[in-house]
Design a protein around this ligand. Structure first.
Ligand SMILES: Cc1cc2nc3c(=O)[nH]c(=O)nc-3n(C[C@H](O)[C@H](O)[C@H](O)COP(=O)(O)OP(=O)(O)OC[C@H]3O[C@@H](n4cnc5c(N)ncnc54)[C@H](O)[C@@H]3O)c2cc1C
Length: 556
């Protein structure tokens, strides 16, 4: 292709072989695994809404907001001009445009506002679409979605706070929650001396008055080392009372109309996720309401963490899909050695391998969404949701940094340059594996579910055994997995191996049942075969590259 514009048409040379700017993206149209998965997992009723949102999120203007929101990151504004402490964070207008897009399209609350089967699947799909363009706003969306089940631990708190979370008029004002059109919520658990090990928390809480226990007011003092989205209207946090580690709801403003004792110390200078503010926070007699039972704070807040972990899996699947779209676009328009890159056999192998990984990740998070939605009424789905969230978070997030890097390399040099957006996706890629429980901790959680929750293994096996007979490699893998689960040995040391095998079994089972043979055969032959190193582009030369790439939306 020859790109001719007054600028490119310089006297020194004619510009050729340069891919056109992608422009508005058809995030829905290119994504067959998403379309099929939505229908399969019970969210066919939301198809139109998801497709409409895909069009909005894929607009070039939204990509430009994302670029600006990352180029001009949030700044801390600790004091007002009179020197009064305000603990605010100021954001570029582009960030507010992104937040408005998300909240006005019901992103944090879609599942709760649509209580019917498939609601969490559609919710996940909406989040997956926006995250392709910008990951920073997904953090406050994730926490505002995930906090709802935790709030239910104390009905009088739920009755006040949940309706505020379900409204869809974006309102960034720093005023008391009761006066706002909509709110967002965050979560402070991590402290300097302990993140994974929250029982090492040192923050303390004492009753404000005579009342104690769930719903009673307390004053918290301590520090929290990682507090993302600190502009949120309220936060869940953990602190010790004399009866143990307990969960509290801390509003930004006290009921007497004053600012609460939340003091931002500084904003973190992060590798990626730049548009989203993450802070360190000092709590000084910070007013809060006890949520859930005293001394059972971990149990209360874990209800929220399950939801944010689901978001980690969605977010990483989404980064994969956008990186794949970019790589397919570039290689379809760029030639080297007399052929389009996408027609070069080795590039076909790399792109096909990426497409398989992306489809497997999408299928898994959508299936997980169905289990989460059905958990309330179906014990087997509840058990699958419990163990499946950990499996999905670990594996999808773990596969993403290498994936994005490989998609970057498909672009050659331009992929390394900021304007390609690949560097932004690349910087975003590791965080979903680290926060909300880093890789090892998540695998230990898989073990906990596997060996302590008696429903988890049967539910998982019932899920994957449905694919038995569809692929001989998968059948053999299922047998090895079952043997490994019961093999004696140092279980903690092999927790990653077990989790990886479970994740691959689940992804393969989904693809064998629901994807075209070209996809499932190549997935099983590589991931479950004997020679898989994990590097992309190592499929057998007999894989049906054209079918895989066409399904992935390649403009062939
Ligand atoms: C950008 C960003 C934003 C964040 N925002 C928030 C937030 O809003 N709220 C919040 O509460 N937290 C937040 N976090 C914190 C995050 O959740 C923690 O960093 C994470 O849970 C790990 O805790 P840690 O940093 O204390 O690491 P550690 O607990 O010290 O763990 C370090 C490493 O050791 C591993 N490990 C721990 N225990 C074991 C074990 N028993 N066996 C083997 N390996 C083990 C972990 O997997 C990890 O790889 C954020 C983090 C980041 C990076």
């Amino acid at each position: 292709m020859t790109a001719r514009s007054p600028i490119s048409n310089l006297p020194t040379h004619e510009v050729t072989n340069v891919p056109p700017i992608l422009g508005d993206q058809d995030l829905w149209g290119v994504d067959k695994p998403l379309q099929e998965g939505l229908a399969r997992e019970g969210a066919g009723w939301a198809m139109q809404e998801v497709a409409d949102f895909a069009r909005k999120a894929g607009a070039e203007e939204v990509m430009e907001w994302a670029n600006q929101a990352n180029r001009y990151p949030p700044e801390m504004k600790a004091f007002d001009r009179n020197g009064m402490r305000v603990n605010q964070v100021t954001f570029h207008p582009a960030y507010h445009s992104l937040m408005a897009l998300a909240i006005e399209n019901d992103l944090p609350s879609f599942a709760w506002n649509n209580p019917r089967p498939g609601n969490h699947v559609a919710h996940g799909a909406l989040s997956y679409l926006l995250n392709q363009i910008e990951g920073g706003v997904l953090c406050p969306m994730a926490m505002s979605y995930a906090v709802v089940p935790a709030l239910k631990a104390t009905p009088e708190i739920a009755d006040v706070w949940i309706p505020r979370l379900l409204r869809t008029d974006y309102d960034p004002r720093d005023i008391p929650a009761a006066e706002k059109k909509s709110i967002t919520m965050g979560m402070f658990m991590t402290e300097k001396q302990g993140g994974s090990d929250v029982r090492a928390n040192a923050t303390t809480a004492r009753p404000e008055g005579a009342a104690t226990g769930p719903g009673a007011p307390y004053l918290l003092t301590g520090h929290k080392f990682f507090c993302s989205a600190p502009m949120s209207d309220a936060f869940l946090s953990l602190a010790y009372t004399e009866n143990g580690l307990s969960c509290f709801l801390l509003p930004r403003w006290r009921p007497d109309g004053g600012r609460n004792g939340l003091y931002i110390q500084r904003l973190k200078d992060k590798l990626g996720n730049k548009s989203n503010a993450s802070s360190e926070m000092e709590l000084v007699d910070c007013w809060g309401l006890m949520l859930g039972e005293e001394g059972r704070g971990v149990r209360t807040i874990i209800e929220m963490v399950q939801g944010t972990r689901y978001y980690c899996a969605i977010g990483s699947a989404s980064l994969m899909r956008q990186a794949l779209t970019q790589a397919l676009h570039h290689t379809s328009h760029r030639s080297a050695f007399q052929k389009k890159l996408i027609q070069q056999p080795l590039m076909q192998n790399v792109l096909s391998d990426l497409a398989l990984e992306s489809e497997a990740a999408t299928a898994l998070f959508l299936r997980l969404g169905r289990a989460i939605g059905a958990a309330e009424t179906d014990p087997a789905e509840a058990a699958l949701a419990r163990i499946g969230t950990a499996i999905g978070k670990y594996w999808i997030c773990k596969r993403t940094p290498g994936f994005v890097y490989e998609a970057m390399e498909c672009h050659g040099g331009p992929g390394y340059i900021e304007e390609s957006i690949l560097p932004r996706l690349y910087r975003e890629a590791p965080v979903n594996s680290i926060w909300e429980g880093s890789g090892n901790v998540i695998c230990l959680d898989v073990l906990r579910a596997l060996y302590r929750d008696e429903g988890a293994l049967p539910a998982f096996l019932q899920e994957i055994e449905q694919a038995r007979g569809g692929n001989s490699l998968l059948d053999a893998h299922l047998d090895s997995l079952k043997a490994m689960v019961w093999e004696s040995g140092n279980f903690e040391a092999k927790a990653r191996r077990i989790t990886e095998m479970m994740a691959l079994a689940w992804q393969a089972a989904l693809l064998v049942q629901h994807a075209p043979e070209a996809v499932s055969d190549a997935f099983c032959a590589s991931r479950l075969g004997n020679h898989w190193s994990g590097a992309y582009g190592t499929l057998a030369d007999t894989a049906d590259f054209n079918s895989i790439l066409e399904r992935a939306g390649a403009p062939m």
